[in-house]
Design a binder for this molecule. Sequence first.
Ligand code: NAD
Length: 377
Amino acid sequence: NIVFVAREIAGEETRVAASAETVKKMKSFGFDVVVEAGAGAASRIPDGEFEAAGARIGSFADAASADVVLKVRRPSPSEIAGYKSGAVVIAIMDPYGNDEAIAALASAGLSAFAMELMPRITRAQSMDVLSSQANLAGYQAVIEAAGVYDRAMPMMMTAAGTVPAAKVFVMGAGVAGLQAIATARRLGAAVSATDVRPAAKEQVASLGAKFIAVEDEEFKAAETAGGYAKEMSADYQAKQAALVAEHIAKQDIVITTALIPGRAAPRLVSRAMLAAMKPGAVAVDLAVERGGNIEGVVAGEIADVEGVRVIGFANMPGRVAASASALYAKNLVTFLETMVNKETKTVVANLDDELVKATMLTYAGDVVHPAFGGARK
Ligand code: NAD
């Protein structure tokens, strides 16, 4: 089997789908690994490091003979055209609302796997790219905020006077939010957080932050069986907005991370709320790629909205690329290993495996995932 590790071409993607460690692992499966020249450059992995791990450095033309293609982003039509029919392609496929792109993967005869659809079960924890990347995004959000905030984060008592601790409010206490809380606490900020899932309350408190939420009957039932948030009623949203408006006016930094699977991000911070914040306030919207939690956020920019600097960087994990790639590569190779037939040294997807069922978008010319119009045979 030949595995091809692609150099990303989409936008400013800085991550790469393999590391020296995962190349070695794939070699141990009996695979040949070809890394496209320069694939790891933005993640600080020089070609020589891949070579030392046993990979051959190649060009895009090598994709044509690969049985497995590893990527960060879904391949573009021109990339797909360079792959061999029947090849396995594993990436973050961003399938929601992209039916045409999924159809293109199917008609090229590819077995395409969407890593972000990995079920969040114990067995698949080490393959959970949403968690590995959100964790770093939460960390980096605080670093970016601290970088533009013109004050110090911790309280400093000096001979020249006292600098107060920054007040940081984290909205959405899932994987990214919890890491943002932990990071802000490490920097010495006074941290508060909110979420609509009751389970978040204890987690926030255990990190030493104050939990703030409208804790009514709807809140008590806001977590789905899968552990995600439901879309809240208009009534709840109004109550939440009133609470947030009062709290946010006293904050220096707001970091929003709220998402609802398969939907647009909930709008949590209005222009009026931003206008009420202190001079020099900073906000970071980690939900920007899904429409944003903050009114006025601009994807890829630091926008001045009502006097608040609103950071809307897309691909926050890509801003800490070396770490993000290391974890992403590990997630990928762990999943790949579940599909390796040790005798034939080939990749064979077991269509009855729940991990395959959850992540496989296309197979043998068809879209097979039921969430995207496929009828699984
Ligand atoms: P996510 O990225 O879907 O959403 C981020 C957070 O936003 C969530 O905590 C969500 O409750 C919150 N949110 C949604 N709407 C909101 C609103 N209107 N106001 C405030 N907050 C709102 O979530 P995630 O980070 O992927 O985590 C979801 C859950 O899955 C968590 O309970 C997490 O602990 C759990 N999880 C489990 C596993 C596992 O068991 N393997 C792995 C990862 C995460």
